[in-house]
Design a protein around this ligand. Structure first.
Ligand code: UFG
Length: 330
């Protein structure tokens, strides 16, 4: 079972590589290491340093192997950055997807598991988002991912490209006892930032706005453990392999936590006071994103193991304490 993981050196991709290898898959990773880390890639994976927009190199990788499926994690993924640099997002994400699909079609590889995002839904004021909700992205990142989904839909029609698009909510945590975790430069995600404060690497966390239409005025998000998230990817591949239909699934915990609640949960897990200050809103941030993941549970038979936000934070905290400077090789 030979699979390709594009973006396999990143936070989420490296967890996918490790979990796929643990399940007996033969894994090849293609990553340009712009945000990923070579050290994060499992030593048993074949590693190719390349950008997926480079069709020539990508074709050589496909020629050398007999892939049954591609797992796609090679995209830029920061909401705030995408508002400032939209062209970077359309180029890296959308152009990258077109290049990858062209090479897949050329080599007769017809299954792709795609990491999409809750950001495709936009700013929606409903208690829980299910997959039937019309998409309406409010930032270039969300739009680029929606465009990538639409491209796959048309490739399904035209070339029989089978896809599962997994719309992630907020991914957090790290493989327990593993030596991989979240390490972005600069770090922009809430939980790692708060844990850096607990680790004395920052003085305080800034809460981006407390005037949202939510009970405590701060944004609400749905946090899912990275190991549960990857488990859903592997189940998605198995589903396609058993003849399942191309479609989208939300992946979240179905529980919402405000920024203030996450700060408080981190204080309890780390036993540190973690100073917080209220700042301006960050552009492009919807007030609330909480998933209904019933569809993934019903159709893929997905059963997330982490249902307690403190356990998710504790696994991230273990990584940050072991590797306060992250991978540190760059
Ligand atoms: N936040 C702060 N202070 C910080 C960092 C974040 O208050 O220093 C807030 C944000 O404003 C937001 C929440 O914490 O309300 C979560 O922010 P993150 O940056 O951790 O995550 P996002 O919700 O912006 O985005 C993440 C992924 C996206 C994905 C989205 C889906 O980065 O790829 O979750 O919900 F689309």
């Amino acid at each position: 079972m030979d699979v390709l993981v594009v973006g396999g050196a990143g936070y989420i991709g490296s967890h996918a590589v490790t979990q796929l290898i643990d399940k007996g898959y033969e894994v090849t990773v293609v990553d340009n290491l712009l945000t990923g880390h070579r050290e994060a890639v499992h030593p048993e994976a074949n590693f190719v340093l390349a950008d997926i927009r480079d069709k020539e190199v990508l074709s050589q990788v496909f020629e050398a192997r007999n892939f049954v499926c591609v797992f796609h994690f090679a995209a830029s993924s920061l909401v705030g950055e995408s508002v400032e640099q939209p062209l970077k997002y359309f180029d890296n994400n959308v152009t990258g997807m077109i290049s990858l699909l062209e090479v897949m079609v050329d080599h007769g590889v017809n299954k792709i598991i795609f990491s999409s995002t809750a950001a495709v839904y936009g700013d929606v004021d409903i208690p829980m988002i299910n997959e039937d909700l019309p998409t309406n992205p409010v930032n270039p990142y969300g739009l680029s991912k929606r465009m990538m989904e639409q491209i796959m839909e048309w490739c399904q029609e035209a070339y029989g490209m089978n896809y599962i698009s997994l719309r992630y909510f907020n991914v957090a945590g790290a493989l327990e006892g593993g030596n991989i975790g979240e390490d972005h430069h600069p770090e922009t995600h809430l939980i790692p930032i708060i844990l850096q404060v607990a680790n004395n690497q920052r003085e305080y966390v800034t809460i981006f706005g407390d005037d949202y239409h939510t009970p405590d005025g701060t944004c609400i998000r749905d946090y899912i453990h990275v190991v549960d998230l990857i488990d859903a990817h592997i189940k998605a591949y198995e589903y396609l392999n058993d003849g399942g239909q191309s479609q989208v699934f939300n992946l979240g915990s179905s529980q919402g936590f405000s920024v203030k609640e996450i700060v408080e949960a981190c204080r309890q897990v780390t036993d540190c006071c973690i100073p917080a200050q209220i700042g301006e809103r960050r552009e492009g941030d919807p007030a609330k994103l909480v998933a209904s993941s019933d569809k993934a549970r019903e159709i893929l038979g997905w059963q997330p193991q982490y249902d307690d936000i403190k356990k998710i934070i504790a696994s991230a905290w273990a990584w940050h304490q072991t590797r306060p400077e992250g991978y540190g090789e760059e």
